[in-house]
Design a protein around this ligand. Sequence first.
Ligand code: MRU
Length: 337
Amino acid sequence: MNGTYKALWLDKEDNLVVIDQRVLPFIEENITITNTEQCVEAIKNMTVRGAGVIGNTAAFGIFLAARESQENLAELENRAKLIRKSRPTAVNLMWAVDRMMNIARTSQNMLHDLKLEAIKICDEDCQTSKNIANYGADIFEELLKEQNKTSINILTHCNAGWLAIVDDGTALAPIYEAKRRGIDIHVWVDETRPRNQGANLTAWELEKAGVNHTVIADNTGGHLMQHGMVDICITGADRISRGGDAANKIGTYLKALAAKDNNIPFYIALPSSTFDFEIIDGLKEIPIEIRGEEEVKFIRGLDESGKYSKLQIVPTDSKALNYGFDVTPSRLITGLM
Ligand code: MRU
């Protein structure tokens, strides 16, 4: 693939170019990352987000950090620490930094080898995404056959498409594949407050791909499930314990509970880099990011005049709490894709 992917790519000067996911779908613009500080900032402020793309950005970030430190290993180690701790929950970040640093510590041709390794990580994600696409679309076909139906309603939470994992995503990969196979699909897209990754990003991706979808308020899924309007749920994951407890965007757990109560299959789609085999009890041990309260207190979008704006939706003196993720215990998960 030579370093060209949908969500990120290298330019002619070997700088990393990423899509600014904070302003989609209203503004489409790219940001160029040339050094460690910019890489850390892009991950922290969610210019890039989604477990896989965070890992990919970190991998290229190590390459850029090696260039910045003129291949001085001690300096690179310090910069790698900063990248490694830029966000706490998605384990693909730590996994990618560790894999890159293993190359840096042993290589005789550091810059060259780090660039190749970052590209290799993305290429592997592309292949995983293809495998998930086929595996998941086969499951859709089986479900349609079993239930003697001609169309399928899928519910997803957050964004696990190509903006989150190169090149077709995880949870959205089987949806894209189903579309390619001509399966009649419809996707319920949870808005995913507070950052609205569903309303802003998943809906944007699906709309661009011509996939039939409807955005719903986060609290709607349970009602739809009770009324036979959801056939299957699929989400991505940010970290999975040895036994299959899955951390994903806040609100995933509630959807899994509703799915269990209504006998609806609930799948998690992920690459193997999202496993954390050190973690035994996901609920107790997976670190959950707590983000700033302004993400709950303010909302961004187009105002009536079509101007991109930020609006306060909570009284100024009210406190807000913003957990980024929750953990769905393995007993609520039908299977992993
Ligand atoms: O806070 P974000 O937007 O980085 O969270 C992203 C998610 O929770 C995704 O669903 C998850 O990363 C799985 S897709 C790779």
